[in-house]
Design a protein around this ligand. Sequence first.
Ligand code: SF4
Ligand code: SF4
Length: 219
Amino acid sequence: MSYAAVETLIVQNGLSIYGGFHGDTADGLPEGHQTLLMLGPSPSFWPHFKTTPEFADGTPDPIDRWSNRILTELATQLNATAFLPFGGPPYAPFLTWAIKTGRAWSSPVGMLVHDTTGLMVSYRGALAFRDRLDLPTPPEQPCTPCVKPCLTACPVDALSAEYGYNTEACHAHLRTPAGKTCLTKGCLARRACPVSKGANRTAEQSAHHMSYFHRTEPS
Ligand code: SF4
Ligand code: SF4
């Protein structure tokens, strides 16, 4: 099986390959598996997702339920083993895996930045293969030459590499009228990253994610 053949099937399902690496059980791969590919929303994910039964059925967590179904189907079709970033414990080490792909790095605001989706990076699952697939050469880290608009975009300085994500300050801002822009169009800091444009997030998609995030705010 070739990387190109795997990618073709993945793209047909509204996903993209966000990176991969060669590893073994020490990396959390199942016995006898040599390659891990990480998957996230493709630039055409949202219109694709809106046609799915999970979007239409009105039941909570539609994207997680869709991810579960699609990753299970892809694993069967590709003779691979699926992993999801939710539903634990135990949890698969998605952050460690992401760094290991060479296509995601710690950003100046702490959260991961990805080579094609910037600060909008979101992993929907991973597939482990017994085959050693040929992987593309990882790109350059995008932050070095960047003027770093992510550092000043959040109106309440809720993001920093030093202190992490101050979700309390973020939620407090989202409860104010000034926080409406983040709620309806997406996190200002994530949107400020020029690489985030590659995710092609629509305002509707961002509002969906923000509604779930803010729904879990501390009381
Ligand atoms: S959602 Fe808004 S308040 Fe929260 S971290 Fe992003 S920019 Fe800051
Ligand atoms: S805005 Fe620039 S420095 Fe910040 S995460 Fe994006 S590429 Fe990196």
